[in-house]
Design a protein around this ligand. Structure first.
Ligand code: RIB
Length: 310
């Protein structure tokens, strides 16, 4: 059993500042580092670190960033033979600012990610026979993401969509292709057209997304927790209490861990606990892939943190 991640691979250029700058303001930061990232790559690394056989499909530039990004993925155990080194363009980069509270902003320059197309979609097809799920995000062109979802649906492989970065223009005929959608507050608000910032508003958003055709809706509410809606069960998992220093890739950790848990046969409630724990752990370390835990760390954390599903 395996997972396929189709999506972005970025080098993150991270600055740490006391607070996020206001428009027009110059601010002195206190740290700068580069980190391996990209929503797709982060999800793949999360799943592989938890012991899942994980394929990454996407593009990097044929440049030094691209080589380093591939190296990091491989080191984490992700199978990368379907990642294309695109000679026509630079690797994707994300310019990230993290303030002392852990909150962040991201400017994405897609580079090679923006070139992902039907050729890359075709790379996925031979992997479906052994796959549990296809993990998608919205950092590569939407037509390719949707085509991949269509193929997965035809092959009977589950589709897990993290609708990030936030977008309004997810087409109506995409939702019925999605088994599980995992928006955060901003993403959910944009998708449904009203503010989502509490379990109550998340429940309302979940109903709307289910009406559009998604089976399972998991709305992540940051430090508040996760609201989950299935056909016949709604529940809320309060967030684990941790000292957050950097929230980058917490959502990716959530997605990679949930998919891994489900692929290993755990029920949804337990999978959501895995996702929330992996997400919480990711906020306690800096960087994207550098903040993603391994299986032993996750199990230790779960053993030490009792869970209270409401
Ligand atoms: O979700 C976090 C990721 O978003 C970062 O690693 C960055 O590359 C952006 O894609």
């Amino acid at each position: 059993m395996s997972l396929i991640v189709f999506g972005s691979i970025n080098l993150d250029l991270v600055t740490k500042t006391p607070r996020l700058p206001l428009p027009g303001e110059s601010l002195t930061g206190h740290n700068f580092f580069t980190a391996f990232g990209g929503k797709g790559a982060n999800q793949a690394v999360m799943a592989a670190r938890l012991g899942m056989m994980t394929y990454m499909v996407g593009r990097v530039g044929n440049d030094s960033f691209g080589q380093e990004l591939l190296g990091s993925l491989q080191e984490s155990g992700v199978i990368c033979d379907r990642v294309f080194l695109d000679p026509s363009i630079h690797s994707g980069v994300a310019v990230i600012t993290v303030e002392d509270s852990g909150e962040n902003t991201i400017i994405l320059v897609p580079g090679a990610n923006g070139q992902v197309n039907q050729t890359d979609v075709a790379q996925i097809n031979p992997l479906f026979s052994d796959a549990f799920a296809l993990l998608l995000q919205l950092e590569v062109p939407l037509p390719a993401v949707k085509a991949a979802a269509e193929n997965a649906r035809k092959a009977g492989v589950k589709v897990i969509l993290d609708p990030a970065p936030a977008q309004v223009n997810v087409p109506a005929d995409f939702y019925p292709l999605v088994d599980i959608i995992t928006p955060n507050e901003t993403e959910a608000s944009l998708l449904v057209g009203f503010p989502v910032n509490s379990p109550e508003t998340a429940a309302k958003a979940a109903k709307e997304l289910q009406r559009r055709g998604v089976e399972i809706v998991l709305v992540t509410l940051g430090a508040k927790g996760v609201f989950c809606a299935t056909k016949d069960d709604d529940f809320f998992l309060p967030a684990f209490s941790v000292e957050a220093i950097d929230t980058v890739a917490a959502g990716d950790a959530f997605n990679g861990a949930i998919a891994t848990a489900l692929a290993t046969g755990l029920p949804l409630r337990e999978a959501v606990v895995w996702g929330a724990a992996a997400g919480a752990l990711a906020t306690t370390k800096v960087g994207a892939q550098s903040s993603l835990c391994d299986r032993a760390t996750l199990e230790k954390f779960l053993a030490e943190h009792p869970v209270n599903i409401l």
